[in-house]
Design a protein around this ligand. Structure first.
Ligand code: NAD
Length: 266
């Protein structure tokens, strides 16, 4: 049995992960952590599910992580960086689902993966992982005369835009076309924008209600459009993917992996 620690346990993803852990007899909940002031601190992690897990939610990872096999983190970049530090000190592998990291923070994660094993993916769903591959294939064929736009929609509480998944999809298309997303991305349009530059990849963001996560990559040519769409209907898809990633890390010593590695799609 794998001893798992969930950080950001009171959050939407934290709760979906807990549900997944309780339903999976390959895991035993070893620790549960959230930030100071979170209403669940001091309570049993299973309380909201009417189940006593024997694990009390703490506001500090160092103690909760000792003796664990893996930490799963869906929080905020500043919190993730702090938790990464603790995992490095305690030599515990880490699954990072948090999104919205800066390039500098991503470089720190990459450096850390020389000392512990990390799965880092902005979208842990199996469907989106497959979609990334489909976008790569489509971009290879539709490499001339097709404008590429990435459209995403999420619930009103999401704090970063475009979503990490939208950026990953844009990157996948750019990689296939031999471009760098850094130089060809256009984030939103307003006013007199002029005609569309055919070398760009555009992003459009929708925020509202309780949308779990919709992503479309549109290839618009003359006389036809191809749309590759994924719609998540429940956070369970991300939680199940993250738990699959936690199993994948197993007894790996180091390395940076994504969901393509976890699903053996490379
Ligand atoms: P949420 O706001 O519901 O939960 C975030 C949790 O992190 C809360 O419990 C909060 O208390 C905790 N937290 C926030 N700041 C903290 C800090 N500084 N220190 C410690 N804890 C802190 O958010 P959510 O919807 O669960 O999403 C969490 C993250 O996961 C976001 O970045 C989101 O974009 C990402 N996400 C990724 C995937 C994926 O598949 N990779 C899927 C869904 C969400």
């Amino acid at each position: 049995m794998k001893k798992i620690v969930i950080v950001g346990v009171s959050g939407r993803m934290g709760q979906a992960l807990l549900e997944g852990v309780f339903a999976d007899n390959e895991f035993i909940l070893h620790g549960a952590v959230d930030q100071k002031g979170s209403s669940q601190i001091g309570h049993d992690a299973g309380e909201r599910f009417g189940k006593l897990s024997g694990v009390v939610v703490k506001d500090e990872l160092s103690e909760a992580v000792r003796g664990a096999d893996v930490v799963v983190d869906f929080t905020r970049p500043e919190a993730s960086m702090m938790y990464l530090d603790v995992c490095l000190k305690e030599k515990v592998n880490l699954v990072i689902g948090t999104t919205g990291f800066s390039q500098e923070q991503k470089a720190v994660i990459s450096e850390a993966s020389k000392r512990i094993a990390i799965v880092f993916a902005p979208n842990m769903s199996v469907g989106v992982t497959l979609l990334i591959n489909l976008v790569k294939s489509a971009a290879k064929v539709l490499n001339e005369g097709y404008d590429i736009e990435v459209i995403e929609a999420h619930h009103r509480h999401k704090v970063d835009a475009p979503s990490g998944t939208a950026l990953r999809l844009g990157e996948a298309a750019a990689e296939s076309l031999g471009r760098s997303l850094d130089t060809c991305a256009v984030y939103g349009r307003e006013g007199i924008t002029g005609e569309r530059d055919s070398n760009t990849i555009g992003f459009a963001t929708v925020r509202g209600g309780d949308v779990v996560g919709d992503h479309t990559v549109l290839f618009a040519g003359i006389g036809e459009r191809i749309e590759l769409t994924h719609k998540a209907s429940s956070r369970a898809t991300f939680a199940l993917g993250a738990l699959r990633a936690a199993k994948f890390l197993g007894s790996k010593i180091s390395g940076l992996y994504d969901m393509q590695d976890v699903l053996n799609l490379k």
